[in-house]
Design a protein around this ligand. Structure first.
Ligand code: FAD
Length: 296
């Protein structure tokens, strides 16, 4: 039987959409499709408690977290809540007119009523600088596991970008005994979000904790055959390095929607109710919804 509602993306927005449908009296069947194999988890912790956990020894640092601690709690709707979770499956295409989502390996998932697009965002990549093992981005639990295993005490880390993710990774890495340098092309960190004054305080805070912060500098090369060995900066400095993290923003996951007829402009463009088209709603980081209080 066709599910009434298909939700694509099994993270915060997908989980909460399924719960909201039930709470608002939707009794039909719901299928949630998610590319990641893990149960929806607290992504914000990946750069904080999860990353600052000490690698060795029986006693993790204060605030340290394991993957099981990250799982998002789910409201229960009785034994028969008819929410099916298709984890580890990627949606490849949306056919709005025929009410169908096409999954990986060509499997068709038709729905009778509506689809919710909750596919979030991915870390922006810098492929020219990501050739060696030991270069990372941070968006998923898999990314965080891989990065955490590289952040051993004494390792030398360069964080490219002093946005929220870059600043949080730097702070967590320092707690693990890693030697950290942040390289940021702008004159202050987080300047777009917080302005120059708060940015200045954040630089001071990092420096007090032993982080080297290079502002107004970009990277021009990551040298190394197998692992990164040096980061070459635009001011000519060559920073010896073992690990590089790129924290240079995120991009909405809309590639699978190309050809769907939805308006895709840095996200799925929606009205003030997150409606993208008849029977199609987009929520969370992938949604670019109209808000009367803003101009974008
Ligand atoms: C390290 C880090 C720290 C953060 N810290 C904070 C914070 O402190 N405060 C804050 O407010 N926000 C923070 N955020 C942002 C917050 O995590 C996001 O706003 C939130 O996760 C958005 O939820 P979402 O469900 O819309 O998208 P996502 O969490 O991105 O989930 C989208 C899901 O859809 C899946 N997916 C994508 N494409 C497909 C497809 N084609 N088929 C099937 N599944 C697909 C993805 O694999 C993913 O599981 C942080 C993010 C990160 C990465």
């Amino acid at each position: 039987m066709k599910p009434g509602l298909v939700i694509v993306g099994a993270s915060l927005a997908g989980l909460r959409s399924a719960e909201a449908a039930r709470m608002h009296g939707f009794h039909g069947s719901i299928t949630v499709v998610g590319e990641e194999p893990d149960w929806p988890y607290e992504r914000p912790e990946l750069s904080k408690g999860f990353l600052s956990r000490h690698l060795d020894g029986p006693h993790p640092g204060p605030g340290a977290l394991d993957p099981a601690d990250l799982e998002l709690r789910r409201a229960t709707f009785g034994p028969d809540d008819q929410i099916e979770w298709l984890l580890g499956h990627r949606a490849e295409k949306l056919d709005v007119e025929n009410h169908e989502v096409v999954l990986d390996r060509g499997k068709s998932l038709p729905f009778s009523m509506a689809v919710v697009v909750a596919t979030g965002a991915s870390a922006r990549r810098m492929p020219a600088f990501e050739k060696q093992t030991g270069t990372h981005v941070l968006r998923s639990l898999a990314d965080a596991r891989s990065l955490r295993s590289d952040l051993v005490p004494g390792a030398r880390l360069v964080v490219v970008g002093a946005g929220f993710i870059g600043c949080e990774v730097a702070a967590s890495a320092v707690r693990r005994g890693v030697e950290v340098t942040i390289v940021e092309p702008l004159a202050q960190p987080l300047v777009r979000g917080l302005g120059p004054e708060l940015g200045g305080h954040i630089v001071e805070l990092h420096r007090r904790h032993g982080v080297t912060v290079k502002l107004g500098t970009s990277i021009v090369e990551v040298v190394g055959d197998v692992r990164p060995e040096e980061v070459v900066c635009s001011d000519g400095e060559r920073i010896p390095v073992d690990v590089v993290v790129f924290g240079v923003g995120a991009e909405p996951n809309t590639a699978w929607l190309s050809g769907s007829g939805l308006t895709l402009e840095n996200g799925v463009v929606c009205d003030e109710y997150c409606r993208a088209a008849p029977d199609v709603t987009a929520v969370g980081d992938v949604s670019r919804f109209f808000h009367a209080g803003t101009t974008h």
